[in-house]
Design a protein around this ligand. Structure first.
Ligand SMILES: *[C@@H]1O[C@H](CO)[C@@H](O)[C@H](O)[C@H]1NC(C)=O
Ligand SMILES: *[C@@H]1O[C@H](CO)[C@@H](O)[C@H](O)[C@H]1NC(C)=O
Length: 402
């Protein structure tokens, strides 16, 4: 009986000991689990908070980007408005200037204000950079260009009367000066430099023609001079004169119903010739009732008329015109002698669409242009403005529809 009691006691003791031990373990584990649960809850909360914060940030930045976009658009609109205003102010200033001084005097500062991009170079014959403009050859082989703008202006000198014309033979580089609106003399210089260097027309070769040229409407090409001859009660003639042999090689009658001036601002010009790589062009008005300028293409060898167009460019307020790659550019002005501008463009090949035809303003000069002659090799205009001989260098771009 005694051992059994001891065993029982032992068992009870062991049992209660084990129970105690397990209870402790359970408590410990429960506490740990609770702690882990708490920690997980915390993490969950934190993740949630981060998530909402991230979303808020995203929303904020989207709003900011949106606002920035709107501001940009507004700025852009403001800028456009400002450009329009500047343009208007410039026009108004033009008007005021023409009101106060019909002949604006030229000085460099004035020019810079007027248009930043003009690089005005006054040449007095000394310290002249020759690379720059004189020997600028760029042949127009594929003639698919239109004028994009005026790159620079060079006032070479002042010789002769307010009206006249000068041009350079693209082939021989010789320079020809036609003083006044008619005469039988032409001054020939070997180069632009010689012309610019000389005082007046000294040092030139004087060419005496068999009859008078009329209006500053002549053209020189390939050592040939083409000029308009018009004697009282006779028909208008185009004369081709060989400058090498000094003789007339061809004459073409140009029957016009009654005489009318081509450009209303230069009434002396009853017909205007332009020569380029495409051929010889004649600008004229068929009669005084005809409001537009007509264009005829002539064969430079035979003077035959190949084709005639109505350019739909009005003669009213026109002062000059020139032909580049089969496109005529008519230059207009107002009687107040404001800024000359190309305002009408006509392309015989119908390739220049009106949207790409540029409205080119010439820098303000002395008066109005008496003539503007285009040189296709150099892409330059030879202008005569109140006795000043001016070179406008042009920038070109390709026609769109090519
Ligand atoms: C042209 O000017 C240059 C320098 O400006 C001078 O050396 C030259 O002798 C001048 N030529 C003539 C023909 O006057
Ligand atoms: C240019 O022509 C005007 C008259 O139209 C004349 O007075 C002047 O002397 C001429 N100048 C030259 C250089 O021939």
């Amino acid at each position: 009986m005694k051992p059994a009691l001891v065993l029982l006691l032992c068992t009870v003791w062991t049992f209660s000991g084990a129970q105690y031990y397990y209870q402790g373990l359970m408590d410990y584990l429960e506490n740990r689990l609770l702690a882990i649960e708490d920690r997980m809850h915390l993490w969950h909360e934190q993740t949630h908070r981060y998530h909402t914060e991230l979303q808020d940030f995203k929303k904020l930045s989207a709003e900011a980007v949106d606002a920035l976009g709107k501001e940009h658009a507004m700025l852009f609109k403001d800028l456009e408005g400002a450009v329009v205003k500047v343009d208007r102010v410039e026009r108004e200033m033009d008007y005021v200037e023409t009101q106060t001084s019909p002949r604006a005097c030229v000085n460099k500062a004035d020019k810079v204000v007027e248009q930043g991009e003009w690089s005005l170079k006054e040449s007095r014959g000394e310290e002249e950079e020759e690379e720059d403009w004189e020997e600028l050859y760029s042949r127009v082989s594929d003639c698919v260009e239109i004028i994009a703008g005026i790159r620079s202006v060079k006032i070479l000198k002042r010789v002769g009367s307010p009206k006249g014309m000068w041009t350079r033979d693209p082939r021989s580089s010789k320079v020809y000066v036609f003083n006044g609106t008619s005469g039988d003399t032409v001054f020939q210089f070997n180069s632009v430099r010689d012309f610019s260097n000389s005082s007046g027309v000294t040092g030139s070769r004087q060419i005496k023609l068999p009859d008078d040229w009329r209006g500053p409407g002549s053209a020189v090409y390939n050592d040939h001079l083409y000029y308009i001859k018009h004697e009282a009660d006779a028909e208008v003639q185009v004369v081709k004169y060989d400058l090498m042999s000094g003789s007339v090689t061809d004459i073409a009658m140009f029957p016009l119903d009654n005489l009318a001036t081509v450009y209303s601002l230069n009434p002396e010009i009853i017909a205007d010739l332009a020569a380029d790589d495409e051929g010889l062009w004649l600008l004229y008005a068929s009669s005084d009732n005809e409001p537009n300028i007509n264009l005829a293409k002539m064969d430079p060898a035979t003077l035959d008329i190949e084709q005639i167009w109505d350019t739909r460019c009005p003669r009213e307020n026109a002062e000059a015109a020139f032909v580049v790659c089969g496109t005529i550019y008519v230059v207009y002005n107002t009687r107040l002698a404001s800024r000359s501008r190309v305002q009408c463009v006509f392309d015989v090949n119908d390739m220049v669409i009106s949207q790409e035809a540029p409205l080119i303003y010439f820098p303000r000069r002395y008066g109005a242009h008496a003539s503007l002659k285009y040189n296709p090799e150099e892409r330059q205009l030879y202008g005569w403005d109140d006795g000043y001989q001016i070179i406008y260098r042009l920038t070109m771009k390709r026609k769109l529809l090519v």
